[in-house]
Ligand binder design. Structure first.
Ligand code: AMP
Length: 278
C-alpha cells in the first residue's frame, strides 16, 4: 500500500494505475476505521482491483461546539487494517492539501440539506459536499462507495454526482451493525458501558416501527414511544421520508420509505435508519 499526503503524489499514483488500464474505486472516510468502513472497502475490491481510501477529518463539516478536536484519530492502526485488506493507496491529506488556504463552502446541499441532520447541524452537508467534491476532483474515481448508515449524506452525494460527476458511479453499501443491533460508528467509542446498552435500543425502536408499518403514523408512533423511553437519551428526531426524494411522507403514503432517527445518548449523537415499504 502506498501512503500519500499531497495531491500531486496522489495524482501520480492514480495516473500510474490508469496507465495500467485499471478502474479506480474510492472510499472516503474520517478514519477510526471499524467493520462498517471495512465493508465499503471490500465492496470497492469487488468492483475493481485498484482501491483508494482517504482518511480526512474535515473541519468544514463540523459545527461550533461539535467534536472536531476530540474526534478519534488512529492513523497507524487504520493503516494496518487497510494494508491487510490490500488497499492500493491511502490518501491522508492535511487541511491545507485539501483546502489550499481557502476553507470555503463550494457546494451547497440545498433544501434537503437543511432538514433532519441538517437542521440539527447547520452547514454540515455543505461541508460534506464540499469535501467530497474536492476529493472526487483529486481522485477522479470510476466508483465511490458510501454507507447507507448516513442515508441523508448518500442521498445528497447522489444528487451532486448526478449533476456534477456523471462519470462517477455512486455505490451504497448496507449498514453494518454489532450483534446487539447498534450501528457501528466511530463515535461509539465515546459511549460508557451504560450508554452503550442504552444505544442498542435505537435499532430495536426502528425495528418496532417497521413491524408497525400498517401506516406512516403507526410506524412513527411505535418507534417514537420506544425512543423516548431510552434511558440517558434525548430524541433528536424520528422521521419517515420518501426514499426517492427525501421529502417527509404523510399518512397514506405508498412506496419505499426510510425511517430515520438521531438520538443523543449521554453526550454522543447517534444516527440510524431502516428501510420500510408501505
Ligand atoms: P465516516 O468515517 O464516519 O465519515 O464514514 C465513512 C463512510 O463509512 C461513510 O460512507 C459512512 O456512511 C460509512 N459508514 C460508517 N458507519 C457505517 C456502518 N455502520 N455501516 C456501513 N457504512 C458505514
Amino acid at each position: 500500500m502506498q501512503r500519500v499526503t499531497g495531491v500531486n503524489d496522489l495524482t501520480a499514483a492514480i495516473d500510474a494505475a490508469r496507465e495500467r488500464g485499471l478502474e479506480i474505486a474510492f472510499v472516503p472516510t474520517m478514519g477510526a476505521l471499524h467493520d462498517g468502513h471495512l465493508s465499503l472497502i471490500r465492496e470497492a475490491r469487488r468492483l475493481t482491483s485498484f482501491v483508494v481510501v482517504s482518511i480526512f477529518v474535515n473541519p468544514l463539516q463540523f459545527g461550533v461546539g461539535e467534536d472536531l478536536d476530540k474526534y478519534p484519530r488512529q492513523i497507524e492502526e487504520d493503516s494496518v487494517k487497510l494494508e491487510e485488506l490490500g488497499v492500493d493507496v491511502l490518501f491522508t491529506p492535511t487541511v491545507n492539501d485539501v483546502y489550499k488556504g481557502n476553507m470555503e463552502v463550494t457546494k451547497h446541499a440545498g433544501h434537503i440539506g437543511e432538514i433532519l441532520e441538517g437542521a440539527a447541524r447547520r452547514g454540515h452537508f455543505d461541508g460534506v459536499l464540499t469535501v467530497v467534491s474536492k476529493l472526487f476532483d483529486a481522485v477522479k474515481p470510476n466508483y465511490a462507495i458510501f454507507g447507507a448508515k448516513d442515508a441523508q449524506q448518500v442521498f445528497l452525494i447522489q444528487q451532486m454526482a448526478k449533476a456534477d460527476y456523471p462519470n462517477i458511479q455512486i455505490v451504497v453499501a448496507p449498514i453494518v451493525r454489532e450483534e446487539s443491533g447498534l450501528a457501528l460508528s466511530s463515535r461509539n467509542v465515546y459511549l460508557s458501558t451504560e450508554e452503550h446498552s442504552a444505544a442498542t435500543l435505537i435499532s430495536q425502536a426502528l425495528l418496532a416501527g417497521k413491524a408497525a408499518a400498517v401506516s406512516v403514523d403507526q410506524a412513527i408512533q411505535a418507534a417514537e414511544t420506544r425512543l423516548l423511553a431510552i434511558p440517558k437519551a434525548k430524541l433528536g428526531y424520528i422521521s419517515l421520508v420518501n426514499k426517492n426524494t427525501f421529502e417527509p411522507v404523510l399518512d397514506g403514503f405508498k412506496g419505499q420509505a426510510l425511517m430515520l432517527t438521531a438520538v443523543v445518548v449521554g453526550t454522543t449523537r447517534l444516527i440510524d435508519n431502516i428501510d420500510i415499504t408501505f
